[in-house]
Design a protein around this ligand. Structure first.
Ligand code: SF4
Ligand code: SF4
Length: 421
């Protein structure tokens, strides 16, 4: 029942309507109406709960105008997790989602391996000339604007996905830890270089790395798109794999994956084996930056006369959701010659938010333009970030603004500095 869901039952009543959340909300900054503000979402959720507002596609559209960036939840003096309220309302209104979107999430976007088919189809679409034809005739936009936006955002797809090109196991001796690499869907699709860098850097620090073949999507896209049951099913499938996985830690390069995997452990699992597995993994799932800084000692690098500027974009699911801000900077600062130039508001959302940039494209682009202005002001030619979805959005931002900059994961820069590429 909707009104029994914890964010609805326990949190709505705590809102004192102070408006603090409005000042940090990237969506409210662009739209400027109360309905688009976090406080407005809390108010609408209360009306839905009390039956004073009829469920409809129009109301779902209001809740879909949220990045789930957690900036409001971070700053709310009453401790309200506004993003959880928004997700609960989306779940309640899920029947109003377009059928095709729901079908794609349920049937295709369930595991990195399944997305290999999308990768293959997207490359065929481009290489066969169909893409040029669709663009020149405006057919792509006419058929499905969201598909056209998705195609633009994907940028240059590497010839092979990470899953197709990574070894299943890399052994380093002497061994420090045995690490399971959680290869997320986005890194698999267009971040093979990041995946290779992560494995090389971990090997260099004495870690044996395995890539468990049967892990599924972390479930965040489903949670964010009105499909809580699918998100739970994926979380359960992953926990069943983790329960028997002979590794010391799980490490990932994706801020959203580490955040979701961790929060999935705190779900109410009604099977003793799953409860036990969830408890076991509570301190064993790591973002790669945090893992390098907390569990390993970064090997020192010699000065080499190089000098280059890098700025760093904080992914919301790392900075807000996991409070991991200093570790990526520590990784970057360990690289000789790297001058870290902070942008004015480092943790302002880039507007990517997974599928938000596809389904709320125009709004996403306005938020992205603000971010690109901040990046441009730093004068850095490289922007580092620790999330493949942010990286995709920022790469598109550079291309869209006609700027020459590049976007990289900190672990890629580290791998280059160690001469591992
Ligand atoms: S900051 Fe929190 S208490 Fe204040 S209006 Fe927003 S949700 Fe309500
Ligand atoms: S999660 Fe982000 S986008 Fe959504 S209401 Fe809060 S601040 Fe705004």
């Amino acid at each position: 029942m909707f009104h029994e869901l914890p964010p609805i039952k326990d949190q709505l009543k705590k809102c004192v309507r102070c408006g603090q959340c409005r000042s940090v909300c990237p969506v409210f900054r662009e739209i400027g109406t109360e309905n688009a503000a976090p406080r407005g979402h809390v108010f609408l959720a209360g009306l839905l709960r009390d039956g004073e507002l009829a469920p409809s596609a129009a109301i779902l559209a209001k809740f879909n105008q949220c990045l789930l960036c957690e900036a409001c939840s971070r700053d709310c003096p009453s401790g309200i997790a506004v993003h959880e309220i928004v997700a609960a309302c989306r779940a309640f209104l899920g029947r109003f989602q377009p059928g095709l979107k729901t079908w794609l999430f349920k049937n295709l976007w369930t595991a990195p391996g399944n997305l290999n088919k999308v990768h293959k189809a997207a490359r065929f679409f481009r290489q066969s000339g169909l893409r040029s034809l669709a663009q020149s005739t405006g057919l792509a936009r006419a058929l499905a604007g969201e598909l056209a936006h998705g195609d633009q955002l994907l940028g240059d797809l590497p010839p092979r996905t990470a899953l197709q090109s990574l070894p299943r196991q890399e052994i380093a001796e002497p061994r420090t830890y045995r690490v399971g690499y959680f290869l997320g869907c986005a890194t698999n699709l267009f971040g093979a270089a990041t995946a290779r860098a992560l494995i090389r850097v971990l090997n260099y620090h004495g870690c044996e790395v395995i890539v468990p073949p049967n892990l599924r999507c972390c479930g965040l896209p489903h949670y964010a798109n009105s499909l809580p049951e699918q998100a739970r099913a994926l979380a359960k499938a992953n926990l069943q794999v983790l329960a028997g996985l002979p590794v010391d830690y799980i490490v990932t390069d994706c801020a959203s994956c580490s955040s979701t995997l961790k929060s999935n452990l705190y779900r109410d699992w009604d099977e003793p084996e799953l409860e036990q597995a969830a408890q076991h993994w509570q301190d064993r799932i790591y973002d790669i930056n945090a893992f390098l800084c907390e569990k390993l000692e970064l090997k020192p690098l010699k000065e080499n006369g190089a000098s280059f500027k890098v700025t760093y974009h904080d992914p919301c699911h790392l900075a807000q959701a996991q409070k991991i801000k200093k570790e990526p900077r520590q990784v970057l600062k360990s690289i000789p010659g790297l001058q870290l130039v902070e942008m004015e508001v480092q943790d302002q959302c880039c507007g990517g938010a997974g599928t938000f940039s596809v389904f709320q494209h125009d709004l996403s682009m306005k938020i992205l333009d603000r971010k690109m202005n901040l990046i441009q002001k730093t004068g850095a030619g490289l922007c580092a970030t620790s999330c493949p979805a942010c990286a995709m959005q920022l790469k598109y931002g550079f291309a869209r603004a006609g700027l020459p900059g590049q976007v990289v994961h900190p672990v890629e820069l580290l791998s280059r500095a160690y001469g591992l590429d």
